[in-house]
Unconditional design. Sequence first.
Length: 202
Amino acid sequence: MNTAIESINRLREELRHFNIRASKAAPPLDFWRLLETADHCSIIKSNARREVYFLQSDGQRFFLKRSTAVRRKDRIRHRLLPHRRKAEWRNLHRLAARGIAAPAPFFRGDAWHLRPPQYFILTSEVPGRSFEPGEHARWHQLGRFIALLHSRGVYHADLHPGNIQLTPCGDYALLDVQSVFFLGRLPRFLRVRNIGRFSLYY
C-alpha cells in the first residue's frame, strides 16, 4: 500500500474518537472528506508531546498539529486552564480580525477521554519561506510588519525569524501563534523587547 495512504488511514483511525469542531470563519469544508481525498500525508515533526502532519487534499495544503498531554503537569494545567490549549486556535481568529496574515484555522478537535488526553488543530499552509538574514533590502519592510503588529496591540512572546513567513507576494505572515498576546496598547518596553529579541538571531 502507498505510504501516504497508510499514513492517512492511520490518522483517520486515530482521530475517529475526537470531538471535532469547524471554524465559523473558514470556508465550508468536511473534515472527513478532506482526509478521504488527501493525496499526501507526511509527518514533519514528531516527539512524545506533539506530531505535525503535512496534508494535501483537492489542491489545498494543510498542517495538522496533534498534541498529547503526556506529562502530569500538562494534564493538570489543561484541566485548570482549558483556554490555554485553545490559545493557538483563538489567536488565529483574533489575528484575522486585526488584519494580520497568519494560517487560516479550519478545524480543532479534542479527546480528553483518552489516556493520555489529546487535541489537535488543522490550519492552512501559508505559502512562502522564512526571512533570511542576508536580505538587507527587506529589513525596512520587516520592521514595518513588526510595527504593524505593535500598533494593533499584538505581542508575540517568541518572535524570531522562524515565526515570520515571507509570502510569494512579498508580504509577511505570522506563524506559531500560541505565544501571541493581545493588548489594547503595547507598552514601549514590550516593543523594545520584541525587536531586541528578534535582532539576537542576526
